[in-house]
Design a protein around this ligand. Structure first.
Ligand SMILES: Cc1cc2nc3c(=O)[nH]c(=O)nc-3n(C[C@H](O)[C@H](O)[C@H](O)COP(=O)(O)OP(=O)(O)OC[C@H]3O[C@@H](n4cnc5c(N)ncnc54)[C@H](O)[C@@H]3O)c2cc1C
Length: 339
């Protein structure tokens, strides 16, 4: 079989690329290993920028005008007049994006895992498909990225419990002694809540297993009923090393577009998928939106570099952030500029 564009992975990155390409009349095949599109470990937090991407409000689980940012001594309440974060069920997002991509003319094959990649073909268990262009949209453990010989050194191991309780507020907690430079979160949905944190595998100050133990103890101390809750974990790749490799491309987590500072990656996946598709449609297209993501990533990773010097640096950095966020003006600036 021959297809003009083969996309590996039907996450937000792959589906935004598929829809854009199909709308331009390209022949697109998306291969997804899972049966259910959107069945991805994720807290489902859409930042303000992500809320501007046209995702219907009816898909939001909850919206929040206020974020509570706690460090170990004080709390900043950042409140805006419009929602700053919405939460979404990834399966709802996946269903909606897949429908739009199909309507545009893209073909999506689920339960199809790409096992091998050659110069101009991919192989699944029972198919060999030739392509003119290949897009690796296959997430943090991308086979396309491996095929291109790229390592992933900047990786977060993020984990969460889905607690069967509706929490009122969206909250973030910074506590370097417990969690190192990564924050813990409470992201409420309509009936349940994601409570999670993560560990930067590159950070030597605290072991990921210690973060997990500290997190479990912290949850129990705060009375969160994690014992009977579903535990989920997945990696987030924020190691960007390029997106265009002749006729092969990487988008979203496969390309390392996620934020190492916030762990957010849905917005980056959708934007990088769309820009990459436009590049395939018109080779002169300059991918300005990808460049904007990369500028933000550079600033975030400089901040992360300071937070990761040691625990004292994390405490000072996060202490300053909380104090700054207590002044409404800087708090608003912070949430408005989260990617
Ligand atoms: C615990 C946790 C919480 C998070 N919370 C947030 C959040 O609140 N907000 C946010 O913006 N981001 C969050 N993220 C990050 C976010 O989930 C990712 O950045 C985002 O999903 C990346 O999208 P993607 O399209 O690049 O890849 P993915 O969503 O990972 O999609 C990749 C797809 O490729 C498929 N695939 C993989 N390998 C193959 C193969 N060989 N063959 C066929 N198919 C394949 C997978 O099944 C998957 O469907 C979180 C991540 C974690 C782990």
């Amino acid at each position: 079989m021959k297809k003009e564009v083969v996309i590996v992975g039907a996450g937000p990155g792959g589906l935004s690329a598929a829809e854009t390409l199909a709308n331009a009349g390209k022949e697109v095949l998306v291969l997804e290993q899972n049966k259910i599109i959107g069945n991805k470990v994720c807290a489902g937090g859409l930042t303000r920028n992500a809320m501007k991407l046209g995702i219907p409000k009816s898909l939001y689980q909850r919206t929040f005008k206020k974020i509570l940012l706690h460090d170990t001594t004080e709390t900043a309440e950042i409140e805006l007049t419009k929602p700053v974060i919405a939460t979404i069920d990834r399966k709802d997002l996946g269903r909606w994006m897949a429908k739009k991509a199909k309507k545009a003319g893209a073909e999506i094959q689920t339960e199809t895992s790409v096992k091998n990649i050659g110069k101009n073909y991919i192989e699944t268990d029972d198919q060999k498909i030739q392509f003119k262009y290949l897009i690796g949209a296959d997430g943090a453990n991308s086979i396309v990225r491996k095929h291109l010989g790229l390592e992933s050194k900047k990786v977060l191991e993020a984990f969460q419990y889905i607690v069967s309780k509706r929490f009122k507020d969206l909250e973030m907690f910074v506590d370097p002694d417990r969690f190192g430079p990564v924050y813990a979160w409470i992201f409420p949905y309509s009936k349940t809540t994601s409570i999670g944190t993560g560990a930067d595998l590159d950070y030597k100050g605290i072991k990921p297993s210690t973060v997990k133990n500290n997190f479990d103890k912290w949850c129990m101390q705060r009375g969160y009923s994690i014992k009977n809750s579903e535990f989920q974990a997945h990696t987030i790749n924020y190691d960007y090393s390029g997106y265009e490799f002749k006729r092969k491309f990487l988008v979203g987590d496969a390309g390392g577009f996620a934020s190492g500072l916030t762990g957010g990656g849905m917005y980056q996946a959708i934007i990088s998928g769309k820009d990459t598709a436009k590049k395939i449609i018109d080779s002169k297209y300059g991918c300005p939106n990808i460049h904007r993501i990369l500028q933000t990533k550079a600033i975030e990773e400089a901040a992360l570099g300071v937070l990761e010097i040691n625990k004292t640096a994390s405490k000072i950095g996060y202490g300053l952030l909380t104090k700054m966020c207590k002044t409404q003006l800087l708090g608003k600036f912070f949430v408005e500029h989260m990617a």
